[in-house]
Design a protein around this ligand. Structure first.
Ligand SMILES: N[C@@H](CCC(=O)N[C@@H](CS)C(=O)NCC(=O)O)C(=O)O
Length: 212
């Protein structure tokens, strides 16, 4: 199993957490996003979308972090990353999708680069864009967590789910971009509890082998 990874990729960060939770190890191949290595022919051969992560399983190349995590869940069901009931599973998947499809893509590197050029936005405007879309997304997540967290330490119930796996990298990015997290006490409490757990702490960007 080979994970094409970049320390600061939050989509790859999700997969790293899931691998750690499942007790799985992958060989790592690092693709330097800031240097544009994701657009080189060698990587486009692996993932024609030019995005990180990709998980290679033998001759198969799996892309999209949530599809990869669902694959890991099917192949290695323990510990489960989804609750047993179908409605609860739909709820957890909806939170994961809200982060992966609604919040994260607006703040992806290529989107920020496009704002810079050709659109000509300056750094302050780009930071404003970033913070606006994070805050917009977190408002809904805060209320969802308030309703469904069982212990104030997990998005759903009192065990780790895919929702938590998506939340922690998104909160990491929010801190990095100095977003105001004051209005989100439930998310902050969940994030601070989970970030201290080994599976999450060992997936954090700073401790990855390609971190500067
Ligand atoms: N929906 C995809 C998103 C993948 C993605 O956007 N990856 C980012 C890093 S977090 C990337 O490779 N960006 C390269 C770029 O923007 O050029 C997933 O969940 O895997």
């Amino acid at each position: 199993m080979i994970l094409h990874d970049y320390y600061r990729s939050s989509a790859a960060y999700r997969v790293r957490i899931a691998l750690n939770l499942k007790g799985l190890q992958a060989e790592r191949r690092f693709v330097h996003l800031r240097r544009g290595e994701q657009r080189r022919a060698a990587y486009l051969e692996v993932n024609p979308q030019g995005l990180i992560p990709t998980l290679e399983i033998g001759a198969r190349r799996l892309t999209q972090s949530l599809a990869i995590i669902e694959y890991l869940e099917e192949k290695h069901p323990n510990p489960p990353l989804l609750p047993p009931g179908p409605e609860d599973r739909a709820w957890v998947r909806a939170v994961a999708l809200a982060i992966a499809c609604d919040i994260h893509p607006l703040n992806n590197l290529r989107v920020l680069n496009y704002l810079r050029s050709p659109l000509g936005a300056d750094e302050e405007a780009i930071k404003g864009w970033y913070r606006h879309w994070i805050a917009t997304g977190l408002v809904g997540l805060e209320e969802q967590a308030r309703r469904m967290s069982g212990d104030g330490r997990h998005m759903f119930g009192s065990t780790v789910t895919m929702a938590d796996i998506c939340l922690v990298p998104q909160m990491y990015n929010a801190v990095r971009f100095k977003c105001d997290l004051e209005p989100f006490p439930t998310l902050r409490a969940i994030n601070s509890f989970l970030s201290a757990q080994a599976a999450f702490a060992n997936a954090v960007p700073e401790v990855q082998p390609d971190a500067p």
